[in-house]
Design a protein around this ligand. Structure first.
Ligand SMILES: [Zn+2]
Length: 122
């Protein structure tokens, strides 16, 4: 027909719009999943903060440590992974124990075989 190109054009336009709509819906679902994951992480952080705070208050109440002593220990542990960054992130490769030479997991702080402290030099 003479006007077939109009119908064809309209159909192509519809397909484009449907495709854009599907892409937008996919992006919306991805954003929703990311927001849910973020909320779950925030929830876990809040729960860990409660646990850590409770342990600190308990240690203080029992006279096991005080804030100054704890802060000094915090710095020592922070430095033990080779970086003073307010975080603790052990080396990411398996390491051999300096005492018994057995291989320990990348996150181990002490040797799981003999209990020797494992160094975390970078
Ligand atoms: Zn060992």
């Amino acid at each position: 027909m003479y006007y077939d190109w109009i119908g064809g054009y309209g159909y192509a336009g519809y397909q484009e719009a449907a495709s854009a709509h599907a892409a937008a819906a996919g992006a919306e679902r991805a954003a929703s999943r990311a927001e849910n994951a973020m909320l779950q992480l925030q929830d876990q952080i809040d729960r860990q903060a409660l646990l850590i705070r409770s342990l600190l208050v308990l240690m203080d109440k029992k006279g096991m440590t005080n804030e100054a002593e704890f802060r000094a220990l915090l710095e020592e542990v922070d430095l033990s992974d080779g970086r003073r960054d307010g975080k603790y992130r052990p080396q990411q490769t398996p390491r051999n124990c300096p005492k018994c030479q057995k291989t320990n997991s990348k996150r181990a702080v002490v040797c799981m075989y003999c209990g020797s402290p494992l160094s975390h030099e970078m």
